[in-house]
Design a protein around this ligand. Sequence first.
Ligand code: NDP
Length: 253
Amino acid sequence: MNLEGKTYIVTGASSGIGEGIARDLGVRGANVVLAARRTEKLEAIASEIGNERCLVVATDVTDPDQVAAMVDGAREKFGAIHGLVANAGTAAMGRMEELDPADFRKLLDVNVEGTYTTIRAAWDALKETGGSVVATSSVSGIGGDWGAFAYNASKGAISLMVQGLALDAHASGVRVNAIAPSLTLSELTEGMMDNDDLIGAFKTRIPLGRAADPSDIAGPVAFLLSDEARFVNGVILPVDGGLNASNGQPPLG
Ligand code: NDP
């Protein structure tokens, strides 16, 4: 997909999946608005894509003023906004009795409210172009994980927010979809990658037999953003190596 002349906002573009998406959009010729809190990382990525096609904006998605200023800056530099990748997110693990209620609220603030705030801020601009939203849900937003109920709550909320928004497409003209990756190499998961037992267990459940790289996630996102996906709306697209093909029973042989 050639996305030359299009402009896309990517939140959480400073590392992991968002960085992979931003780089991929850059390769496809798009203008990229890179939003996150760590601007030095964003600036390094922008200089590799090409500064003339990028805008770096320090953005904490839990601050509606910063998010609004980021969208204003994007419109000022590039005019039209054709798509938004609402990807910024974090995790908090632990069973009910282990997780501090303050951490639960903080997680929802970033993952759920931050996603809502970003989509809301870009909505008018996206209505002008018949644009596309891609939110980063997760396989954890489709079913439960052991010891991760809070993360499940936050990602499940994103999945249903996306589907609810997608139903209003006849009025808004904006398509809204989500991706649902399984375990992907990123700052969020780097601590897990040296745990051979854990990674071995993941490999038995992922038919393609490995964790994803951010570049594995970027192609499906580019598709959902593009006009090639003009009749795709309200989809929670697993990008999971086949994890969701299983009915949950363990391997029999
Ligand atoms: P990373 O930690 O590598 O990336 C998280 C990104 O989100 C960073 O760019 C970070 O930037 C940004 N971010 C976090 N909090 C905020 C905030 N308050 N405001 C703005 N930006 C913020 O992890 P991933 O790439 O793994 O995570 C990206 C998304 O993918 C998340 O939504 C995550 O839940 C989801 N996901 C991850 C999977 C995985 O296995 N890795 C699987 C499925 C989904 P900065 O710190 O500079 O602000």
